[in-house]
Design a protein around this ligand. Structure first.
Ligand SMILES: Cc1cc2nc3c(=O)[nH]c(=O)nc-3n(C[C@H](O)[C@H](O)[C@H](O)COP(=O)(O)OP(=O)(O)OC[C@H]3O[C@@H](n4cnc5c(N)ncnc54)[C@H](O)[C@@H]3O)c2cc1C
Length: 554
């Protein structure tokens, strides 16, 4: 047993037995007409693939594979639509080769060969993209450049609390390497176990923590990027006003400008003091007002996830009329009970009742302790929500195999627009479901909150039709994306643009910026080989041979 080729994570962690039966029961109670017949994916070797269209030159063969299983496993990311297409054994676009460079020189050699031969290159970390970011959805040959052999922490500067880390390291290995020094990156996306530092930087990933240092951008001191035009390394300083930031260009570049090979990242002492609570509300408007008051108070909770009643019921097992605010504080330096006291007062002002409050000063997360999203101090609904958070991707796969459409989408907007956006998005999802003849529910939680607005994260749980769930989901996704754009939200707060969000991203970004970005791409990637179809189209003279198609193939 190892990594699942078709779904999330490890094969031996897949949902089976009692967990599967309990899941089916919960769905049947919610959607009694759902057909929950379980379908199985084909064995990886039975997935049909055309022969590779290119072969690696002799100098690269030591780290390049054209193996069938390698090509299938690197063919797409881990969104719902990826998992379902895998379940059907339909891999329309696979890379011709998978390269696993061991050094920066190997990366340069791959880029040089691909630029010369007109072969596309898709930088690939953990392959957990949910936006079609790693799928070679274009004509012409492609090499998947898998960075996971470059996976070491190279240096720790304990004085400045920073580390120089290779981009292909996965979350757990990074934290394991930092733990002996009592340090942590404290960046825990839900995909933490199976995504890489390079992927986080390339997508501007959002971690588990709700306020202040929410994204990998905030934790980045400098970056080293190998491009077809040469290598860029930014100065390692705590801040700089020296013109536009080179890191600002490469953060979120999604493999279109170069391969991120290393970064200096900012670390923190592992938290010792924690406090958590679940605050129940009778009225969702009051819950939203309390969350806004909290994030505008300067208290900076580490966790501040407002679950609406549907989300609270489905994923925290808690009935609540107005929603539940999962609240947490933590510090390596001082007790956080006073902050929790004040947060409870602010919530009470808006009708919130604190339940399941816990605090802990036992250094559970300090050197030698375990780490992960919100791993200390939580009880009751907060604890149930956290464990279901980690099981969610596995359960999504089990439900996808049972014709359910289970997927999420996210955005961010200012507080003044949130009510209208939530209503519009929920209505668009419900209308699209009705048009697809499918019954389902829509949930909403805040993943991150800022003084000027929340990042709402929606879930859909729909009884689909086997064989049609991808087209059904695409129709829902298109409708909600239109609603988000209409209501002034961003097409993504942290899932990135990839190929799937291109139509809305192209409308969101200013035209002059698109031109400047295209010019930067031409300068760094003159052959237009890097991740065609993502973020921006190359100069047509460079990309003419490839006919990139940003729209999702169905
Ligand atoms: C179950 C699940 C939960 C998720 N939870 C979160 C979450 O909490 N927060 C969040 O932000 N996202 C989340 N995601 C989305 C995904 O995990 C993130 O986008 C993550 O940052 C991708 O990292 P990766 O290493 O898997 O990159 P990949 O999926 O391999 O690649 C993503 C993009 O980055 C590019 N890329 C990868 N490595 C490099 C590199 N070294 N240099 C240049 N470009 C590179 C790729 O070309 C691609 O465009 C989740 C996804 C899943 C499936």
């Amino acid at each position: 047993m190892g990594r699942s080729w078709w779904g999330w994570g490890d094969e031996d962690a897949a949902v089976t037995g009692e967990e599967a039966a309990a899941l089916e029961q919960r769905v049947a109670a919610l959607l009694p007409d759902a057909d929950l017949t379980a379908h199985r994916p084909p064995a990886v070797h039975d997935v049909p693939l055309p022969a590779p269209r290119v072969s690696a030159p002799a100098a690269l063969r030591a780290f390049v594979s054209d193996g069938h299983a390698d090509r299938v496993a690197h063919a797409r990311g881990k969104a719902f639509r990826d998992v379902v297409r895998n379940l059907h054994g339909a891999v329309d676009h696979a890379p011709d080769l998978v390269a696993r460079p061991r050094t920066e020189q190997d990366v340069t050699d791959v880029l040089d060969w691909c630029t010369g031969a007109g072969v596309a290159v898709i930088p690939y970390g953990g392959g957990s993209s949910v936006v079609g970011g790693v799928e070679p959805r274009f004509d012409g040959p492609a090499v998947c450049l898998d960075t996971t052999a470059m996976n070491k922490v190279l240096e720790v500067d304990a004085t400045s609390r920073a580390a120089r880390v290779q981009a292909g390291i996965l979350g757990p290995a990074l934290e394991d390497a930092l733990r002996p020094a009592g340090l942590t990156l404290r960046h825990f996306p839900q995909s933490f176990e199976f995504s890489t530092l390079g992927g986080w930087l390339a997508t501007r990933a959002g971690g588990h923590y709700a306020t202040v240092l929410t994204r990998i951008d905030d934790l980045t001191e400098s970056m080293r990027v190998v491009t077809p035009a040469g290598t860029s390394e930014s100065l390692r300083v705590p801040g700089s006003g020296a013109g536009p930031s080179p890191d600002g260009l490469f953060l979120g570049s999604e493999g279109t400008l170069g391969v991120i090979t290393e970064a200096w990242v900012r670390l923190q002492d592992r938290p010792r003091y924690t406090a958590s609570a679940a605050v129940h509300f009778d009225d969702y408007a009051g819950a939203v007002a309390a969350t806004r008051a909290l994030v505008q108070s300067g208290l900076s909770p580490s966790n501040c996830r407002l679950l609406d009643p549907v989300e609270a019921m489905l994923n925290a097992g808690t009935a609540s009329q107005g929603g539940v605010l999962v609240l947490g504080f933590e510090s390596a330096d001082h007790p956080v009970d006073a902050a929790m006291d004040r947060a409870a007062e602010l919530c009470a002002d808006h009708g919130g009742a604190v339940r399941d409050r816990r605090s802990d000063d036992r250094a559970e997360n300090s050197a030698g302790g375990r780490s992960g999203p919100g791993s200390a101090g939580a009880g009751g609904p907060a604890r149930r929500w956290r464990s279901s958070f980690l099981r969610m991707p596995y359960q999504r796969d089990a439900l996808a195999a049972r014709s359910m459409i289970v997927e999420t989408f996210e955005t961010a907007c200012t507080w003044d627009r949130f009510d209208a956006l939530r209503h519009a998005v929920t209505a668009a999802a419900q209308d699209a479901m009705a048009q697809e003849g499918a019954a389902g529910v829509v949930s909403c939680r805040f993943t991150h909150v800022y003084p000027d607005g929340p990042a709402p994260y929606f879930g859909v749980y729909v009884a689909g039709r086997w064989g049609a769930t991808v087209t059904q989901w695409d129709a829902i996704k298109s409708a909600v994306s239109e609603a988000i754009a209409r209501e002034g939200g961003t097409i993504t707060h942290h899932h990135a643009v990839g190929r799937d969000h291109r139509p809305w991203y192209d409308r969101q970004r200013p035209d002059v910026f698109a031109g400047a970005f295209r010019a930067a791409k031409s300068a760094l990637d003159p052959g237009g080989v890097l991740n065609p179809g993502v973020l921006v189209d190359s100069d047509p003279r460079a990309a003419g041979r490839r006919n990139a198609d940003p729209a999702p193939s169905r």
